[in-house]
Design a protein around this ligand. Structure first.
Ligand SMILES: NC(=O)c1ccc[n+]([C@@H]2O[C@H](COP(=O)([O-])OP(=O)(O)OC[C@H]3O[C@@H](n4cnc5c(N)ncnc54)[C@H](OP(=O)(O)O)[C@@H]3O)[C@@H](O)[C@H]2O)c1
Length: 249
């Protein structure tokens, strides 16, 4: 049984991953900003395992530090950190991009991941064991028009994963970088600021991945034997060839 901290566990990939890993008998720390959803996820998962919830915005260093420092003693030894919190905001050419959107993506997808990692990794180093799973995207493999800043943040996640692996291997800590293709979650609703019709068009005419598919992939990496580190995993829906090319009926 592992103690697993998952950021962004109130929705989509993070929530499905929390559910699957809870059902597999791990102790789960769920994190997110939406308190009511955190409470309902906690009560749902508590049917299967011990669950602790932390409410913080990954973009706010002080909130991250306070929340993680508040973990009770018996929850402090995190075996697996899943850095999943993140979103795309907007789909605009750089020349027309909204700087608030850029700040949200850079602060959330990159700095937030670093803040949480900085709090959790020292304990893993002391214990000489642990596993960091970073959720990147296929957007890191192929930049697409109107998504430059989101792609850049996910490229940064790839680089951070690579660097973490170089720094942490000597401590017996695994680092896994996951690149999902199109997954139908609240991702597009957030990107298009609640425009549900526009969000739905992203998934029209083909079968996208489900959050559960990525949860399965993450669980495969987390459950690999101690001597096996899945360093990188890219998962596309069958209809998607690369970020910009999706075969729709
Ligand atoms: N869906 C896709 O097609 C796709 C493809 C590739 C990669 N990804 C990546 O997968 C990850 C999860 O996305 P998803 O598709 O599951 O989207 P989602 O359903 O919108 O979930 C995003 C999660 O991140 C949390 N979050 C966002 N900003 C946060 C912040 N500032 N502080 C704390 N938590 C924050 C949200 O929780 P709260 O709102 O409660 O804080 C929510 O739980 C993201 O890193 C995304 O970039 C998604």
């Amino acid at each position: 049984m592992k103690t697993i901290l998952i950021t962004g566990a109130t929705s989509g990939i993070g929530k499905s991953t929390a559910e699957l890993l809870a059902k597999q008998g791990n102790r789960i720390i769920i994190c997110g900003r939406r308190t009511e959803i955190l409470e309902s996820v906690q009560s749902e998962l508590s049917k299967f395992t011990e669950v602790f919830s932390l409410n913080f915005d990954v973009r706010n260093l002080q909130e991250v530090e306070t929340a993680i420092a508040s973990l009770p003693e018996n929850w402090k030894s995190v075996d697996v950190l899943i850095n999943n919190a993140g979103n795309a905001h907007g789909l605009d050419p750089l020349s027309a991009g909204k700087t608030d959107d850029w700040d949200s993506m850079i602060d959330g997808n990159v700095k937030g991941l670093l803040y949480v990692s900085k709090m959790i990794i020292p304990g893993m180093k002391e214990r000489k064991s642990g596993h960091v799973v970073n959720i990147s995207s296929v957007a890191a493999r192929q930049t697409y028009a109107n998504g430059i800043v989101y792609c850049a943040t996910k490229k940064a996640v790839d680089v951070i994963s690579e660097g973490m692996r170089i720094e942490l291997t000597e401590f017996g800590i695994k680092v896994t970088n996951i690149q999902p293709g199109a997954v139908e979650t609240d991702f597009s609703m957030v990107r298009f600021k609640g425009d549900s019709e526009r969000a739905a068009t992203v998934y029209e005419g083909y079968e996208p991945l489900r959050a559960e598919d990525i949860a399965d992939s993450i669980a495969y990496c987390v459950n690999a034997p101690k001597h096996v580190c899945i360093s990188d995993m890219t998962i596309y829906p069958t209809a998607q060839a690369e970020p910009r090319t999706i075969y729709r009926k």
